[in-house]
Design a protein around this ligand. Structure first.
Ligand SMILES: [Zn+2]
Length: 127
């Protein structure tokens, strides 16, 4: 039984976003095959990313990431980025009937949008 197709992994790595590779060699490192890690670090090196930049990315990610009890980073429910916020929402059966509250995790990209206040500053009040 071979659980690991190195050729497929290498192909995936060549096409992966730099951001994704950086996440995988830093906060998701523990879950990676050593051979895959070697390939990813080689690819980052090829793209001109230094060891220092990799370390900085990892530190910044851990600062905002939600750490699970086992020490790994919580992932966003919608992509592979690390989650930076959690929100309890009602899980709905068939999208209709709320049954039980579930915790959803979001990365910075998929989090609930900010209110419009930022884009539309309130009109100057009177005077
Ligand atoms: Zn996301």
């Amino acid at each position: 039984m071979r659980g690991f197709d190195l050729r497929k992994v290498a192909e995936f790595i060549r096409r992966a976003d730099t951001e994704e590779l950086l996440d995988r060699v830093t906060i998701y490192r523990d879950g990676m095959e050593p051979a895959a890690l070697d390939l990813m670090e080689g690819e980052l090196d090829r793209r001109g990313i230094s060891r220092e930049e990799i370390a900085e990315h990892g530190e910044a990610r851990w600062e905002s990431a939600i750490r699970l009890p086992d020490g790994t980073a919580q992932r966003c429910n919608y992509c592979n980025r690390p989650a930076v916020m959690r929100q309890r929402r009602w899980h709905r059966v068939f999208g209709l009937v709320p049954i039980f509250p579930r915790v959803f995790a979001y990365c910075a990209t998929h989090g609930p949008k900010k209110t419009k206040d930022d884009a539309n500053p309130p009109a100057d009040a009177g005077s």
